[in-house]
Design a binder for this molecule. Sequence first.
Ligand SMILES: [Zn+2]
Length: 270
Amino acid sequence: MPIFYDTHAHLDYPEFAQDMPQVLERAEGAGIAKIVAIGTDLESSVRALKLAERFPSVYAAVGWHPCQATAAPEDLRPSLREMARHPKVVAVGETGLDYRRGSGESPESSAADEAGNKAKQAEIFRQQLEVAAELGLNCVIHQRDAFEDVVAQMQPFIGKVSGVFHCFVDEPAAMRRVVATGSLVSFTGIVTFKNAGNVRETLAATPLDRFMLETDCPYLAPVPYRGKRCEPAYVREIAELVAQVKGCTPGELSLATCATARSFFPKLGQ
Ligand SMILES: [Zn+2]
């Protein structure tokens, strides 16, 4: 059975509080050998790290999500640094920029609030890039309607910090720009959605060694589970569709995506 990794899972979310051992058992049964639990603020990062300490197949990324930016401390770096030194912390994030209206905490905010929020997002994104650079880690990037600004903020870190532009749904031209700077993209269950022909087009154009697989669970369950709680085991369904689109065998996809993940997350091990 080909092995896959779930490189982006919100295992610390309340949706998984009741049945974590079963969720991980199903993942193992489906050949999902490693899972990266993604932190979205300091508390969430601590929870992700605790899961990584408790379960051998779980690793953690520690960071602060742009949609929570207003609640972030002035200086995130000291707490992040301390956590990120842990042997099972494989990346910083998720971080990035999200300019979609209503995705922050105050959907009815004024123009001044919005400008302040963007500035705070940029500030904590920069802090996370700095910590990643210091510790030799890469970043898990969330971006919505902010592609140009994300690329611009990462520019000074090229060669030191790569990013995985997670849940990638942009066009092939955007993917090429990401890849040209040494960063990666990753694809979720969206690739299985009937109306996601454009995402499959981008996937088809992405070099086999420049992307990873993820669920972004509990969200974005692939077909045939669409609309239900997503979980890491469903990387299998995503992988089947991705192999078809790439015209390769599941075994070839397994080798390529797992090797990419191990080089992107240097502490993921073999
Ligand atoms: Zn996420």
